[in-house]
Design a protein around this ligand. Structure first.
Ligand code: SF4
Length: 196
């Protein structure tokens, strides 16, 4: 059933915090904060679907729909560059700077796994463009990142099947940048737990 295919972008949310993924996926919560709004605005600049070929023969596919039946995952790649020899490379645009966690890299790797399944060709590398630093980060889809991504996707499906909201993340620094903090109330819930 295609209904249980998850959006690619939720790999990033789950890697950041399983509870955040739950709110967005099950309760459709997507509170806006400055970080979220910047992301929406930045994506508008790269959001026109289609493709173009440059002087080097590299073809740029924008807003490419991808799917993996093995992972039960689907979504849109911001940009996929196709070299003259047919090598595919996903490029993802992110607001801010590179974070301390691998959530952006896992989302990009999930795109690569979808592209490999669809094309039958290996996808060895990708890039993430951070608007905050205006830098592209090269990401190699090595066995460790592939394993992490597959593990995350399997855990996402398990979490939904289990049908219980995950606990707050114990990495509380993440809550400070989370747009759902006023819905999730991690500090207040912790206080209640202590008092009981
Ligand atoms: S506030 Fe913290 S625990 Fe709650 S969803 Fe956001 S990151 Fe997760």
């Amino acid at each position: 059933m295609m209904d249980d295919y998850l959006p690619l972008s939720y790999v990033n949310q789950f890697a950041y915090c399983p509870r955040r993924f739950w709110y967005m996926c099950v309760q459709s919560e997507m509170a806006e904060n400055a970080h979220v709004l910047r992301g929406v605005q930045n994506h508008r600049h790269v959001d026109a679907a289609g493709y173009a070929t440059d002087a080097t023969g590299t073809r740029a596919h924008r807003r490419l729909y991808v799917i993996s039946h093995e992972l039960r995952l689907r979504g849109i790649c911001d940009l996929v560059e196709e070299a003259e020899d047919g090598t595919l490379m996903p490029v993802e645009y992110k607001q801010g700077r590179r974070g301390k966690w691998n959530n952006d890299q896992a989302q990009l790797c999930a795109q690569a796994l979808c592209l490999e399944e669809m094309s039958g060709r290996p996808v060895p590398q990708g890039q993430i463009f951070y608007f905050g630093s205006r830098r592209r980060q090269e990401v190699t889809f090595d066995p460790a990142l592939r394993e992490l991504t597959r593990t995350l996707v399997a855990a996402m499906h398990r979490t939904l099947a289990h049908d219980v909201i995950p606990p707050h993340t114990d990495k509380r620094a993440r809550c400070r940048g989370c747009s759902l903090i006023d819905i999730c109330l991690p500090a207040e819930t912790e206080q209640l737990t202590i008092e009981h």
